[in-house]
Design a protein around this ligand. Structure first.
Ligand code: GDP
Length: 472
């Protein structure tokens, strides 16, 4: 199973390949080194032994956990700059203080949890914006259940609004629209809805499927209705977790604090985190010495969907790193050490991203079903034309998706999205920024630059048909 995942082929194919080699194996059986090499070769892979497998000792989430109970949704707010993300997060935080839980939310710990009058809870990630959202996703964390896309009613659907929508869509996170600043004299919510509908995002009162709420983040108008819609969206998702197991989740942020040592905010996604638990996150370990909530109150346990500030790790893991509670210090240290060794040996690279050269072979193996493409260009007309032509290249074996398209140079945000969605970036008459180029190198994201649309379409067509001439 692990080998199949690494090669991105089906488990059945690996088992069949093993059988053809005279090896009768079960899905969880571990192959010895020699068998690994031979089986991988069958799929065109060369095995390089760098370090022992490190995931095995980690208790992973079980989707069919019968003891799972409903958990609060985790929500991210995204949108164009100045459209009101921070105001919305601040106001929900403040409104909840008035709604009267003991002690106000005093600290920015990266996330906070609010309780509605009827006792239902919502957890908000307090770092607004799609860049943060997708950067965490690129590290493997899937922490957002619902995205609020905020658009100012006295403005338009802007480039970053579109980017935010596309980032949420690429992550398959449901969207609730918040049309903000309705208190302003020039506000025209209907115009925003029209612009959204032009992008094929038809809101409910226009007969579409997207929930939408007009609000004023600043004056606190209709925020309760917005939260109601978020909860409704979450209900469809049937979110569950099992509080009676060892905790696992994701790191939201972490720092070194002069007085307290390493401080990390983590979001418990499953299980319950307790003081005294042995934590493993990235290459760091440590016993939970103390935990605090966003009100600065010391707590001893954190159930699912709770953000909590944790003291006790021996380093600062990165936002988006996962964490697990381990049985004992030795097994935690063991995995942390192996991870560190792996990092040293192969840099920080954890995932190999798709390149056009590789597509044909992967399609031939039969495990490549979707080619995700991001298109950046100099003018709208050529971007649309290219997107249309590329989507039409889809065939039975492989679906071509344009997950984001926009006018402008290739940005870091594009590269992060490509990393998170395993996409290839195509630039037409534009170039990557220096930062984007550097990040793309580090993340091994393929950027293809063209000055003739026809060349781009042909290359991708050839790639899909497995006939792309290697690039020099
Ligand atoms: P962000 O960049 O998306 O985080 O936007 P901010 O929350 O910082 O808001 C940008 C500006 O818009 C600030 O000056 C806010 O006071 C203002 N603003 C945000 N929401 C509203 C609103 O509902 N009504 C009005 N009149 N102003 C708002």
């Amino acid at each position: 199973s692990e080998l199949a995942t690494m090669m991105d082929v089906s488990v059945t194919d690996v088992i069949t390949a093993c059988m053809n080699l005279g090896l009768m194996v079960s899905i969880n059986q571990r192959l010895d080194a020699e068998a690994l090499v031979v089986v991988a070769e069958e799929f065109g892979f060369k095995v390089e032994f760098v370090a022992v497998e490190i995931q095995e000792a980690i208790d992973t989430e079980d989707e069919t956990d019968e003891d799972a109970v409903p958990r609060p949704p985790i929500v991210t707010v995204m949108g164009h700059v100045d459209h009101g993300k921070t105001s919305l997060l601040d106001n929900i935080r403040k409104a909840n203080v008035i709604a009267g839980e003991a002690g106000g939310i005093t600290q920015h710990i990266g996330a906070y949890s609010v309780k509605l009058d009827d006792g239902r809870r919502i957890t908000f990630l307090d770092t607004p914006g799609h860049e943060a959202f997708t950067a965490m996703r690129a590290r493997g964390a899937k922490v957002t259940d619902v995205a609020i896309i905020i658009v100012a009613a006295d403005d338009n659907v802007m480039p970053q609004t579109i980017e935010a929508i596309n980032h949420a869509a690429a992550a398959q996170v449901p969207i609730v629209f918040a049309i903000n600043k309705i208190d302003k004299p020039g506000a025209n919510p209907e115009k925003i809805k029209e612009e959204l509908s032009a992008m094929n995002y038809l809101v409910e009162d226009w007969g579409g499927k997207y929930q939408c709420q007009e609000i004023s983040a600043k004056q606190g108008i209709n925020l309760d209705k917005l939260l109601e819609k978020v909860l409704l969206e979450a209900e469809f998702l049937d979110l569950k977790a099992n509080p009676d197991r060892k905790a696992q989740g994701a790191v939201i942020e972490s720092t070194l604090d002069k007085g307290r040592g390493y401080v990390a905010t983590v979001l418990v996604q499953n299980g319950t985190l307790r003081v005294g638990d042995m934590l493993l996150s990235g290459i760091y370990t440590g016993r939970v010495k103390a935990m605090f909530n966003e009100r600065g109150t010391r707590i001893t346990e954190a159930p699912p969907s709770t953000p909590v500030l944790v003291l006790g790790l021996n380093g600062a893991p990165q936002a988006g790193d996962s964490f697990n509670v381990m049985d004992d210090e030795r097994s935690a240290r063991d995995i942390a050490n192996k991870r560190e060794q792996l990092q040293r040996m192969q840099g920080l690279r954890t995932q190999k991203h798709i390149t056009l050269d590789e597509i044909g072979r992967r399609i031939a193996i039969g495990n490549f079903k979707e080619l995700n493409i991001i298109i950046k260009g100099d003018v709208d007309g050529s971007i649309e034309a290219m997107a249309d032509s590329l989507i039409k290249l889809s065939k039975e074996e492989v679906q071509v998706n344009v997950i984001h398209k926009a006018v402008g140079p290739i940005s870091e945000s594009d590269v992060i999205l490509a990393a998170a969605s395993n996409a290839v970036i195509v630039g037409f008459q534009v170039r990557p920024s220096a930062a984007a180029r550097k990040l793309a190198e580090k993340e091994e994201i393929e950027i293809r630059l063209y000055s003739i649309i026809y060349d781009a379409i042909n290359d991708i067509k050839d790639a899909i048909e497995g006939m792309l001439a290697p690039v020099m």
